[in-house]
Design a protein around this ligand. Structure first.
Ligand code: GDP
Ligand code: MN
Length: 356
């Protein structure tokens, strides 16, 4: 799951890292009172906003209002923002790059750094990045290496603290990526987090019942596989969603989509998924395969019932539910005469039979 910049920065701020002051703005909100210059930033779950016009430095209220309107309407790589972040602008001296990633081959947590960060970071040769293992680090020496590499000798102490905190944030939040680009070195010689990209491991949701991020609501986990497919799928967890698609294909039926409703799925988000599915012209069956942990079967059941009542052309449903609050879900569905299958296999046998 990808966090939005303001969500990631809030985590960093709480951990004590130097993050500029910011306010988050939703459509219809009044113009905030901010100090100028300020930066207006689109909160879409994708990078490259700067180049796409989604980041603007503004000098006064008129410019602020103008860019808020413009950026709210600006689509970037298929995403339009549900929120903007207005941040105190920094006077940039240098833009550096810092990230923590998992090197799966070496089975290590690794710090990557580059002296030329910013929007053109991809232009840097992959082999030019400085790579330091953080698996068993000595933070003072890591920081010394970094401060030499960045040519910021008087920042070694701060860098040591920063890297240590970042590693903690990375581990404590089950992150798979934590990227600060740019790490801004200001004209007043301070290091500040200019941008932060953070991805969390969905498989760790069970450890974080408090996780509630916008990414859950943006439906990034819905992928069309075949526009003319005849079976739509709804599952939770990327693994189960993939195996559901595979099982549909294995019985000789064309799957229309892949959908992982995610761990934090609720009635509204599941209903939103059904609305997308009814857009497919050829879909005659929806296979719902839920193994509930964090997701609760009763929430899914409520969404199913709501979809049945509100979407007149909803295709036939083939539902297999298991896990948290199954009994409640079963009672709810039975009251509506909605049938349940005990396994994905029996559900697919029924699909096969009824579609042919
Ligand atoms: P991205 O393009 O999606 O990675 O968005 P960023 O948040 O990294 O912003 C892109 C670029 O906007 C940065 O590399 C900076 O050059 C510029 N930028 C961002 N924040 C500030 C700021 O506070 N002051 C100034 N002058 N430029 C900024
Ligand atoms: Mn960036």
């Amino acid at each position: 799951m990808k966090l939005l910049e303001y969500e990631a920065k809030e985590i960093l701020r709480r951990a004590g890292l130097p993050v500029p002051q910011a306010v988050v703005l939703r459509p219809g909100d009044a113009l905030p009172t901010v100090e100028f210059p300020a930066v207006v930033k689109s909160q879409v779950p994708i990078g490259g906003r700067g180049k796409a016009g989604g980041v603007a430095v503004v000098q006064n209220e008129a410019e602020l209002a103008q860019h808020i309107d413009r950026i709210f309407a600006l689509e970037i790589k298929g995403f339009t923002p549900h929120s903007l972040m207005i941040e105190q602008a920094l006077e940039i001296d240098r833009e550096l790059y810092l990230s923590i990633v998992i090197d799966t081959e070496a089975a290590e947590i690794v710090l990557m750094a580059h002296e030329n960060g910013g929007v053109d970071v991809e232009d840097n040769n992959q082999s030019d990045f400085m790579r330091i293992s953080l698996s068993d680090p000595h933070y003072d020496s890591v920081a010394l290496q970094l401060s030499e590499y960045f040519d910021l000798p008087d920042q070694a102490f701060l860098l040591a603290e920063m890297v240590q905190t970042l590693k903690q944030v990375f581990v404590n939040n089950d992150a798979t990526l934590l990227e600060i680009n740019p790490l801004i070195y200001t004209k007043s010689k301070q290091l500040q987090v200019g941008d932060c990209k953070m991805e969390l491991d969905d498989a760790a949701l069970f450890r974080h019942p408090d996780w509630e991020f916008e990414a859950d609501k943006v439906e990034t986990n819905f992928v069309t596989l075949n526009q003319d497919g005849i079976v739509a799928t709804v599952a939770n967890g990327a693994g189960l969603a993939m195996s559901t698609v595979d099982a549909v294909a294995a019985v000789g039926l064309k799957p229309a989509n892949f959908l992982d409703i995610g761990g934090g799925a609720n009635e509204a988000s599941v209903l939103a998924a059904f609305k997308r599915i009814v857009e497919y012209k050829n879909v005659d069956a929806i296979v719902i395969n839920i193994f509930a942990g964090i997701t609760r079967c009763d929430e899914v059941a409520k969404a199913i019932i709501s979809a049945k009542n509100n979407l007149p052309n909803l295709p036939q449903l083939y539902i297999r539910l298991e896990g948290t609050n199954f009994e409640i879900a079963e009672t709810l569905l039975q009251a509506e005469s909605i049938r349940l299958f005990s396994s994905l296999e029996t559900a697919l046998v029924a699909v096969k039979k009824e579609l042919s």
